[in-house]
Design a protein around this ligand. Structure first.
Ligand code: PRX
Length: 650
């Protein structure tokens, strides 16, 4: 693709002709959507199979509680699997799955239909009913997808917990969601070794009540403890079930899943997604943003199913569009740093979707690695999870995309369910580093602190001013927190995303990161309070303050400042390691602080509020900003004296 103009922000790239000529959506789509937004989404919904049509596209009579496709009924699993088999595509591959050790499984749509039906029958045998919550704590194996679809098929609400989360995190989510069944595995492969999951479930279940069954997939063949009457092997229960199951149609607003995400307090929020609107928008955006061609593309979202990206763009979007996908169990450096490129070459991947943190890691490893593989099948690249810096964008474009693939930088959130701001590959002239324009049918604006819309060339807060089909419906069990968190700052009709944003002189939107106490580490959300409350949970810590400091690879790194209890000894490195491991055990390895500094005091305002801004200045090695509101400005000098020369890394 050619570099065409120079904007104030830098270079722009016009869409390549061969993409534009055959793109699923052209420039008219913006006009069409702005002429009649609801008609546009209704047309997108018609791409699905509805057992009963809806009476009304949107009921927004009680904001911020939306109902989309009111009165309509559909089955998500039928839409993702059965209808493609019925249309004669049973032999098409749904997933090329590759295990980290190199074992492979090829799963066609026909096989997926049988497997999902068997798993649905198994859940019914376990007494799971529509509306019940099922926790899924799994590695990246096909059974994870099968389990999710089996839940959807019978109307059970799945609640996937990322396999890297701790027993505590799992237990609190199980309690909050009221899950009665857990689906897990003995373990999965990560970084060249089996990593156990079942012991974490066993431990979690000592801290929560109400789980009556644990369904266990055998993956790594590690030894597992067994609780008779509660634990059951997947191969014992699921394999003997009938591959026939008649899907029931559920209301468009029937709950589909809960996904926990960090907010500004220590307690994660259970984001609730429902059936019809969610599937409509994930399917449509997957088709439009990635220009997905079901007959020829080999699509790969290189993310974990344990995050919303996996839900929307490994499972529901691709399957609803009859995509052939790649699914990979392990890490990019196992057994060598070219593993991803080897997979692209092996399966002929045409569309790759991943996070900037991975791209920056590849940059660090060097361009020789991708250069050693045939990546010429790639035609489109995507980015998600955090702002992609122009340097990483250009590297991705050149060294992975061979200079010919458009990059779609997609801004969205667990809460939004699907893409909200993104270029369209056949339409948009790309500006590296900017997510650019609201998706058709989406109304995103940049406003000032009072909620006034800002024009081009200004910086403010990102808001969404119209409801959208795949929006969260509430926070599980906490409608008030839903209203307070997202719909109170600018009133009940305006969704406050929590991100800062800038509009450039050409009207492109640039995302500037979180404006609240949420950190973004390698594209994963972690709240500062969550880490602080873990630290003060350790017997040696009296007080803790945590900030996200910018990090060249992970976007942000977690930096903690702790004051020890009077009796605790500062044993230097050893204590710091103990505390880092404590947080990793408590929350999960992704929350392990990059750096912990033991200090005597924390900088506080006269009203007792910790001044994170100053701590961030320290963590980022900057000159200190204004210290005049501190109770005691010498505190900062004391902290600076204690700074270690280099941050710890592992
Ligand atoms: O800050 C934004 C950032 O990730 C947050 C959402 O995180 P999560 O719910 O975990 O979902 C991640 C995957 C959708 C947002 O509030 N974010 C996500 N995508 C982008 C982004 N920031 C800038 N550019 C993006 N493309």
């Amino acid at each position: 693709m050619s570099e065409t103009t120079t904007s104030t922000e830098g270079r722009t790239f016009s869409p390549p002709e061969q993409i534009t000529a055959q793109a699923n959506v052209g420039p008219d789509v913006y006009d069409e959507a702005s002429r009649d937004r609801l008609a546009f989404w209704a047309k997108a919904a018609e791409r699905l199979h509805w057992e009963q049509p809806w009476d009304e596209v949107l009921d927004w009579s009680n904001p911020p509680f939306a109902k989309w496709f009111v009165g309509g009924k559909l089955n998500v699993a039928y839409n993702c699997v059965d209808r493609h088999v019925e249309a004669g595509h049973g032999e098409q591959v749904a997933y090329h799955w590759e295990g980290e050790p190199g074992d492979t499984r090829t799963i066609t749509y026909a096989q997926l239909k049988d497997d999902v039906s068997r798993a649905a029958n198994a859940l019914l045998e376990l007494g799971v009913q529509a509306g019940d919550r099922v926790a899924i704590y799994m590695p990246m194996i096909p059974e994870t997808v099968i389990a999710m679809l089996a839940c959807a098929r019978i109307g059970a609400v799945h609640m996937v917990v990322f396999g890297g989360f701790s027993p505590d995190a799992l237990a609190s989510r199980i309690t909050d969601a009221g899950a009665q069944v857990v689906i897990t595995a003995d373990g999965g492969y990560r970084r060249g070794a089996p990593s156990a999951l079942k012991p974490n479930v066993d431990e979690a279940l000592t801290r929560t009540e109400g789980v009556r069954s644990v369904l266990v997939v055998r993956r790594t063949e590690q030894d597992v403890e067994w609780t008779e009457g509660r634990d059951v092997w997947w191969h014992d229960l699921v394999d003997r079930q009938s591959p026939e199951h008649t899907p029931e149609a559920f209301d468009a607003e029937h709950p589909l899943y809960i996904m926990y995400t960090s907010g500004t307090t220590a307690k994660p929020k259970g984001i609730l997604h429902t059936t019809g609107g969610y599937l409509t928008q994930v399917a449509y955006t997957h088709w439009a943003t990635f220009d997905l061609k079901p007959d020829t593309d080999v699509y790969w979202t290189a993310a974990d199913v344990g995050w919303v990206t996996g839900h929307s763009y490994i499972v529901y979007g691709p399957l609803a569009n009859r995509a052939t996908s790649v699914m990979y169990e392990g890490t990019p450096e196992t057994p060598h740093r070219g593993r991803w490129f080897e997979l692209i070459q092996k399966y002929g991947v045409t569309v790759l979707y991943t996070a900037p943190t991975v791209i920056r890691t590849f940059m660090k490893w060097g361009e020789d690695i991708p250069a050693g593989f045939d990546l010429t099948t790639l035609r489109l690249l995507g980015s998600v999870g955090e702002p992609i810096n122009p340097e990483a964008w250009l590297w991705y474009h050149e060294h992975i995309g061979g200079g010919r693939c458009p990059i779609v930088d997609t801004w969205w959130q667990t809460e939004t369910g699907a893409h909200m701001i993104t270029p369209l590959p056949g339409v948009t002239s790309l500006v590296p580093g900017s997510a650019q324009h609201p998706f058709p049918g989406i109304s995103a604006k940049v406003v000032d602190d009072e909620g006034n819309e800002l024009g081009d060339d200004s910086t403010g807060l990102l808001v969404l001013t119209e409801p959208w089909p795949s929006m969260l419906r509430t926070i599980w069990g906490d409608d008030d927190r839903y209203v307070d968190t997202y719909w109170s700052r600018f009133g009940k009709n305006v969704y406050f995303a929590g991100d800062g944003a800038k509009k450039d002189a050409d009207g492109n939107i640039w995302l500037l990161g979180r404006v609240d106490d949420v950190m973004n580490v390698s594209g994963h959300r972690i709240s500062t309070t969550e880490v602080e409350s873990s630290l003060v949970g350790h017997p040696t810590v009296a007080e803790a303050a945590v900030v996200g400091a910018s990090d060249p690879t992970t976007g942000q790194g977690i930096v903690a400042f702790v004051i020890l209890r009077g009796t605790a000894e500062d044993s230097g490195d050893e204590l710091v390691q103990t505390l880092r491991n404590h947080v990793a055990r408590d929350i999960g390895p992704i929350a392990k602080p990059r750096q912990i500094m033991v200090v005597q005091e924390l900088p506080k305002t006269r009203s007792g509020k910790i001044m994170r801004r100053l701590l961030r200045d320290i963590a980022e090695n900057r000159e200190l900003g204004d210290v005049t509101t501190l109770t005691d400005s010498s505190v900062m000098e004391l902290i600076k004296e204690k700074l270690p020369a280099t941050p710890s890394e592992d």
